[in-house]
Design a protein around this ligand. Structure first.
Ligand code: ZN
Length: 219
């Protein structure tokens, strides 16, 4: 799907017999579709996919000149799931009231960093201060502060800030600083999401169940 027009510009359907396994099918199909678009002479600048390792490998090794981005929605959803699981641990129940804000914060960090990887990480990591009730801090001699407006004394008093030494904070910190996550976040700076494409897929699946002959055919 072309991001600016939301038009479907390529479509590949593959039989499992054409690949060695159903897992091998996805990268094969992806490559075929991308090649067809490139062969049309279309100048592809950015490709957004999920974080499937084999797709990452193809993009890294075979298309180094195309920017590869991930959909922030998928990543934020995955992170939220992990947070919910952690908040169910008896010693981490303090995390529960924060689940939604943390997931929103990831979303916000991606959509406001305007393509700047460092800025995205800085915004994301500012959470470790904010969530403990600290809104101004220093890092390598530079003073930083949260982007929100100053909180009232009452807000500051009543918010359920996490204590730095609490298991909840430690659990959150290790999840948010996870090297793989930090790496993925750097491929989310352009804030490309694929929600519209899922609408297309769902429509295809529906027409597929009601009437198989309406599937696009490739032979
Ligand atoms: Zn703050």
């Amino acid at each position: 799907m072309d991001d600016s027009t939301k038009q479907i510009v390529g479509f590949e359907l593959m039989q499992v017999s054409q690949a060695s396994s159903s897992i091998a099918m996805e990268p094969l199909c992806f490559k075929k579709a991308l090649e067809e678009i490139l062969n049309e002479g279309i100048d592809v600048k950015v490709v957004t996919t999920d974080r499937h390792p084999s797709i990452r490998k193809i993009m890294r090794e075979e298309y180094p000149n195309i920017i590869h981005q991930f959909d922030p929605w998928h990543v934020a959803k995955g992170f939220k799931k992990k947070l919910i699981a952690a908040s169910k641990r008896r010693d981490c129940s303090d995390l529960a009231p924060w689940v939604r804000s943390v997931s929103n914060h990831m979303w916000w960090s991606c959509c406001t960093s305007k393509g700047d990887e460092k800025e995205l990480l800085r915004r994301w990591m500012s959470l470790q201060h904010h969530i403990t009730g600290v809104h101004r801090w220093e890092e390598n001699g530079t003073e930083y502060k949260c982007f929100h407006q100053d909180l009232s004394a009452q807000e500051q008093r009543t918010k359920r800030w996490l204590k730095v030494n609490s298991p909840s904070f430690q659990a959150l910190k290790s999840m948010m600083m996870d090297t793989r996550l930090l790496k993925d976040l750097q491929q989310m700076t352009l804030f490309k999401h694929t929600g519209q494409l899922e609408v297309f897929h769902n429509a295809l699946l529906k027409s597929g169940t009601s009437n198989n002959s309406s599937w696009p055919s490739k032979n």
